[in-house]
Design a protein around this ligand. Structure first.
Ligand code: 3PG
Ligand code: MG
Length: 368
């Protein structure tokens, strides 16, 4: 599993380094709403510059379809990076070229031209076998940057040597996206806590009515099997905050009446989840408990965020929505590790490896 780190690169004085970063930051009306992913790359950039290297950074932003698209312009990112790391040059959005997602050798050749070394600090994209991730290590001396190395250390640590009890908290809308990671987590955690839209498929599997809540009928059997095999270690909500036909909001039990839509875990469930989290020595949290962007349905996610922040154990928050929730509720600074990767952190927990890591292990400087 060991990937080469910055110290494994040849001397960099006067050399040019291609840095793959994940500056895929949220942007609204042309303004960056959270620059965590840019700030997170600074330790690597500073180290490279201290060694005397000239850094060219590259990133994707959004999901343009292999052609330039003003909507995904890197201008706001370039401006922010210019404030934080003025000497770094930033290439055009990688996904404006179809060669990026197509992992086209010709596009890789363009990226590495004139470069002496490659550093991957794009943890959030390390699960993508795209040109800028897996291509450069085939020819250039390569290394994981500080951010990528730390993410790997923390997340593989959860898989391999968590302090117990280890409580995993999962939310988000689709259980189908998370079945693999649920199974992997059940193999290593002591308690799995389930909230968010996906809890309704588990509630349906327990025979509850789900009203108009999110439900994946084709996943009910898979949830039934998980509950049959591990039910004593899986916690699902016993009350729900629901939105009614006349836009009224009410607490209901584990059964959601017809015409009602569950949009948050209820206060009793939130308190129970907080208790479980409080007693943990390791916590991994990914996915909100409800529609926290709406103040009527934020309480469950807020309670969980506060509990994770207050937990005396080692706490890790997966990227994406849960990192945004931790920021929104002002607790991110009290969490031991807020991952910059959503999909990547889940895939690393599930598989124990990522295409970007495998590529670094094959780099020319990796074996010596
Ligand atoms: C992310 O935001 O999850 C990463 O930057 C990866 O983006 P992608 O899901 O569009 O590949
Ligand atoms: Mg702690």
């Amino acid at each position: 599993m060991k990937v080469p780190v910055l110290e494994d690169l040849p001397p960099l004085q006067g050399k040019r380094v291609l840095l793959r970063a994940d500056f895929n930051v949220p942007i609204q009306d042309g303004r960056i709403t959270d620059d965590l992913r840019i700030r997170a790359a600074l330790p690597t950039i500073q180290w490279l510059e201290q060694q005397g290297a000239t850094v060219t950074a590259c990133t994707h932003l959004g999901r343009p379809k292999g052609a330039p698209d003003a909507k995904y312009s890197l201008d706001p990112v370039r401006a922010r990076l210019g404030e934080l790391a003025p000497k770094v040059t930033l290439l055009e959005n990688l996904r404006f070229d179809p060669g990026e997602e197509g992992n086209d050798p010709a596009f890789v050749a363009k990226l590495v031209e004139g470069q002496d070394a490659y550093v991957d600090d794009a943890f959030g994209a390390a699960h993508r076998a795209h040109a800028s991730i897996v291509g450069p290590p085939k020819t250039l001396p390569s290394a994981a940057g500080r951010l990528l190395a730390r993410e790997v250390e923390v997340l593989t640590g959860l898989r391999e040597s968590p302090k117990r009890p280890f409580v995993a908290v999962l939310g988000g809308s689709k259980v189908s996206d998370k079945l693999g990671v649920i199974e992997a987590l059940l193999g290593v955690c002591d308690t799995l806590v389930i909230g968010g839209g996906m809890c309704f498929t588990f509630l349906a599997a327990r025979g509850h009515r789900t009203g108009d809540s999110l439900l994946q009928p084709d996943q009910v059997d898979a949830c039934k099997q998980l509950l049959a095999d591990h039910g004593d270690r899986i916690k699902v909500p016993h009350d729900i905050t629901a939105l009614g036909p006349n836009d009224d909001v009410r607490q209901v039990g584990a059964d959601v009446p017809d015409g009602w839509k569950g949009l948050d875990i209820g206060p009793g469930t939130a308190a129970e989840f907080a208790d479980v989290i409080d007693g943990a020595r390791t916590v991994f949290w990914n996915g909100p408990m409800g529609v926290f962007e709406d103040p009527r349905f934020e309480a469950g996610t807020r309670t969980v965020a506060d509990a994770v922040a207050g937990c005396g154990g080692f706490t890790v928050v997966g990227g994406g929505d849960s990192a945004a929730a931790a920021a929104q509720f002002g607790v991110a600074g009290r969490i031991d590790h807020v991952s910059t990767g959503g999909g990547a952190s889940l895939e690393l927990l599930e598989q124990g490896d990522l295409p970007g890591l495998a590529a670094l292990r094959e780099a020319p400087n990796a074996h010596g």
